[in-house]
Ligand binder design. Structure first.
Ligand code: HEC
Length: 145
């Protein structure tokens, strides 16, 4: 990430975001959802392998999809789900994966929920993740005009 020297003087609006300065500070104001292709296909594939090794002993993939997933997570920032799995899972050994591994598993959870893949990987960065809202397909009403 490059230091963004200009941002500091650019606008008082942006100043408030500088505390959490990342290359994506400008994007934070635009609402992105998990339907926008926020993870990549290879990332989800890595996540699937990790899930098989670290999570499957307790979970069926179905527990992270459909109504149950929607009830717990729909509308929440992606950073919450990331925070949950990285501090609470695996239940028997919380926090035992690297952030890069948790983020891959998270990509796989999105894939399980039929959220589309995109060109870029999801970064293990809570500022970026905080600006992405979880939106499940069922709740995503197509814009009818
Ligand atoms: C030793 C058993 C065990 C393992 C291994 C485990 N979990 Fe869990 N998981 C649980 C239990 C039990 C819950 C119910 C909530 C609680 O007790 O904290 C849960 C809840 C969850 C939830 C919240 C419910 C949901 O689906 O929305 C998520 C997400 C989750 N686990 C993901 C993972 C991931 C990802 C891994 C692998 C890194 C993992 N779990 C490994 C036992 C486990």
């Amino acid at each position: 990430m490059k230091p963004q020297l200009l941002i500091g003087v650019a606008s008082p609006l942006i100043l408030s975001v500088v505390v959490s300065a990342t290359a994506c500070a400008q994007k934070a104001r635009t609402e992105r959802t998990t339907l926008a292709g926020v993870y990549s296909e290879p990332q989800a594939a890595r996540g699937q392998d990790l899930y098989a090794g670290m999570c499957k002993s307790c979970h069926a993939a179905a527990t992270h999809t459909g109504v149950a997933f929607e009830k717990s997570w729909n509308g929440h920032p992606l950073s919450e789900l990331f925070g949950f799995i990285s501090t609470r899972m695996p239940k028997n050994e919380p926090g035992s994966l690297a952030p890069e591994e948790y983020i891959d598993v998270l990509a796989y959870l999105l894939k399980l929920n039929q959220m589309p893949a995109g060109p870029a990987e999801l970064p293990p960065d809570t500022t970026v993740l905080g600006a992405i809202r979880i939106q499940t397909h069922a709740a995503a009403k197509p814009p009818i005009r």
